[in-house]
Design a protein around this ligand. Structure first.
Ligand code: TXA
Ligand code: MG
Length: 357
């Protein structure tokens, strides 16, 4: 199917009212609109319209067993989307919405099964981005939206990433520049006791535990390790965020001994070079010089001292790898603390080989 795509540049803080009205009318009429959030760009459809949501799966090439998140603009909409909402949910929502926290709640009767992939739970969040909030408000319906990338590719953090993946497949792309966090929302299942982290994201799990006053279980799959059970975390089983270029991840047991990590990474680069391959390294401002004269290309993701910067640049860097003309890329891991947990989850899922030193 050929679709005529209209791309609008919008101001991230004060978007043009006419553009928002037009995009909202497309949503109401069953069309698809890609829009910015504070995490990554989303591909939105009316969450009450099963046929519109079906098209999201087709356009992305998304496996039909992987449910999508419903985005709301206020608590009235939350109560249309979910039912039997627990007290803990309200406690978190009061403090952290709008923001990058997604809650797993019992599905409300108006939400079609195509949104939840047949599950009786629904994932809900209120995005902290003026364009997203205005779009949902103007549409007057909750908006079902996965990340606006082709399935398997890194999530889009810039308008041009969305254009690259979805041009001629969706009706509207709202381009408001670079997103703030660069990794997706944190997903918590509040229906299990203790609550469980399903996907680490832009809000550190440590902060959420503090607000709840209880600890949250962090299963292996949330760290990007092992296989998740489909019933628990349907989206965590698929390979994700991956460049087409093979990616080798080198991670440390102890990041205070950085030199060991650097030596091991350099050795991986040299091993590949000896086999006649072109190699790129994904490194950090503190350490990238270590590969000068060794690697063919070096990309700096950000500073090890600023995990926000690393998270924000991660997906754009993974997308850039395929444009370097190398045979393999090697990436250094970071410590799994705060946002580092989200970064390592993404990098593990993107990598083809993992080495631990
Ligand atoms: O920050 C974000 O969350 C972005 C922006 C656009 O809001 N959205 C996003 O959506 O990352 P997506 O589809 O790429 O990831 C949604 C994740 C998937 O891993 C999916 O399996 C999980 O949420 N999910 C959705 N509904 C679920 C449910 N009922 N039970 C368990 N997991 C669910
Ligand atoms: Mg996604």
């Amino acid at each position: 199917m050929v679709t005529y795509t209209r791309v609008f540049k919008v101001d991230p803080v004060r978007p043009d009212v006419d553009v928002i009205r037009y995009a909202a009318s497309v949503i109401r009429e069953g069309g698809l609109v890609a829009f910015p959030t504070e995490t990554v760009y989303g591909l939105g459809a009316n969450a009450f319209d099963a046929r519109a949501v079906e098209r999201i799966y087709v356009v992305k090439g998304r496996p039909i067993d992987n449910p999508v998140i419903v985005h709301v603009c206020d608590l009235r909409q939350l109560e249309l989307v979910a039912s039997r909402i627990p007290e803990d949910a309200y406690r978190l929502v009061e403090r952290l919405w709008p923001g990058p926290l997604t809650l797993l709640l019992p599905r409300g009767p108006r939400i079609p099964y195509v949104v939840t992939a047949g599950l009786e739970t629904v994932a809900v969040r209120m995005p902290a981005h003026p364009v997203a909030l205005e779009l949902i408000r103007e549409a007057g319906v909750p908006v079902a939206a996965p990340s606006a990338n082709l399935s398997g590719k890194p999530s889009p953090t810039r308008g041009e990433h969305v254009v690259e993946d979805l041009y001629s497949r969706v009706e509207v792309i709202l381009d408001a520049g670079e997103t703030l966090y660069g990794v997706e929302s944190t997903i918590i299942n509040l229906l299990s006791e203790p609550p469980m982290l399903l996907r680490p994201g832009a809000y550190p799990v440590e902060d959420i535990e503090r607000i709840l006053g209880k600890s949250i279980t962090v299963p292996e799959f949330a760290r990007g390790l092992g296989e998740a059970e489909r019933a628990l975390a349907p989206g965590m089983r698929h390979r994700h965020y991956a460049p087409n270029t093979p990616l080798v991840l080198v991670e440390a047991d102890d990041y205070s001994e950085l030199q060991r990590l650097l030596d091991a990474t350099r050795k991986v680069v040299l091993d590949h070079k000896m086999r006649g391959l072109k190699v790129a390294v994904l490194s950090y401002t503190e350490t990238y010089r270590y590969y000068e004269g060794v690697a063919d290309r070096v990309l700096v993701i950000g500073s090890r001292g600023n995990i926000y910067e690393v998270a924000r640049n991660l997906f754009a860097t993974l997308r850039a790898v395929d444009k370097l003309g190398v045979d393999v890329a090697v990436v250094e891991g970071v410590e799994e603390r705060g946002l580092g947990l989200a970064v390592m989850n993404r990098v593990r899922k993107a990598s083809t080989v993992k080495i631990k030193v």
